[in-house]
Design a protein around this ligand. Structure first.
Ligand code: PBG
Length: 336
């Protein structure tokens, strides 16, 4: 650091902040539509009850409304979407069998999306929670979510998704060794170019509540078991260890989730690794802003922007955000 021998009044830091042009000129970080990922929900149900109270303005789509929404997003420059299913409770079982059906709602959507909007990147979650009647990401054996048996199913789920045409597999289950196994099975089955975007640092968080409502995976007591595979919010070294582990196993990109309460993890990951890092602004982060804004307690657009730019500033290349369309439009209209 150069020692400033003059100090005040020669240095007045407020000079650069006085005029709009100068504040713009001196911006260190930017949101760019190219780095946004829009999460979208699709329903295999009869589409009554497509909205849930805890996620204002977000709905479970039918295939046709999904295509419309994805197309609109793509047209305003959003390069990729992440798909999540809502499965009718009657179709769930303890093994999450529907995850392995080539004709499940997600596989149908992937095919349709790739046919209609081939250049839109499609990211699919790899995990069993939307499909199991207990809401866990894997198979429960002897009261525990069994790591190795779960991995076998996840590899099958991944192959089916890859076969349907998905571009990026995003394992969100936090089983040990799943990136390696999925990567190996992709190599073996001629899906050499499929990208793995690993939810490497996924915390056992309370901020997933609204997502679990819209996906229908909110089961009483499920949180205790989730703590046996998702990270503890008190830990940071462990997250870096998980991230390095996934890089070694073949991950192309990594996710830190949630984002806002874990900006330090994004910052560390950016400084200590060299893979592309994404923050996931999760449902609870979205709904906190939406509900406060609905009450008139804060400005939705500005709070959304501030929250997302903090994820960038911390070091993420980009982010998953339910505000993606709103932000894309704001960027397009030079409102931010
Ligand atoms: C599930 C999954 C979750 C989210 C993305 N994938 C929730 C969970 O682990 O229960 C959360 C996303 C959000 O809250 O917006 N494998």
């Amino acid at each position: 650091m150069i020692k400033n021998n003059f100090g005040f009044p020669f240095t007045r830091l407020r000079r650069n902040r006085l005029k709009t042009f100068s504040r713009n000129l001196n911006s260190e970080n930017f949101l760019n539509v190219k780095n946004l990922i829009l999460p979208l929900f699709v329903s295999d149900d009869d589409l009554s009850g497509t909205e849930v109270n805890s996620m204002p303005d977000i709905k479970r789509h039918s295939i046709s409304s999904l295509l419309k929404e994805a197309n609109e997003a793509f047209k305003i420059g959003i390069p990729s979407i992440a798909l999540f299913p809502y499965i009718n409770p009657d179709k769930k079982d303890e093994h999450g069998s529907l995850a392995l059906s080539k004709n499940n709602i997600i596989n149908k959507c992937v095919k349709q999306l790739k046919q209609n909007i081939p250049d839109l990147g499609v990211i699919c979650d790899v995990a069993l929670d939307p499909y199991t009647n207990h809401g866990q990401d894997g198979l429960i054996i002897n009261g525990q979510v069994d790591n190795d048996q779960t991995i076998k199913i996840l590899c099958e789920q991944s192959l089916i998704l890859a076969d349907a045409g998905c571009d990026v597999l995003a394992p969100s289950d936090m089983m040990d060794g799943r990136i390696k196994s999925i990567r190996e099975s992709m190599e073996k089955n001629n899906f050499k170019n499929i990208q793995l975007m690993s939810y490497s640092a996924k915390y056992a968080s309370n901020f997933y509540g609204p997502f679990r409502e819209i996906v229908g995976s909110n089961k009483s007591n499920s949180n205790n078991l989730k703590q046996t595979y998702q990270l503890s919010s008190s830990n940071s070294d462990e997250a870096i260890r998980e991230i390095n582990y996934d890089i070694d196993e073949g991950a192309d990109m990594i996710i830190v989730k949630p984002a806002l309460s874990y900006l330090d993890i994004i910052y560390r990951a950016r400084n200590e690794t060299n893979v592309p890092i994404y923050g996931f602004q999760v449902s609870g982060e979205y709904s906190m802003i939406k509900s406060a804004a609905e009450k008139g307690w804060l400005n939705e657009d500005k709070a959304a922007y501030e929250s997302l730019i903090s994820i960038k500033r911390a070091g993420a290349y980009g982010m998953f955000t339910y505000f993606a369309k709103k932000i894309a439009l704001m960027l397009k209209n030079f409102e931010i």
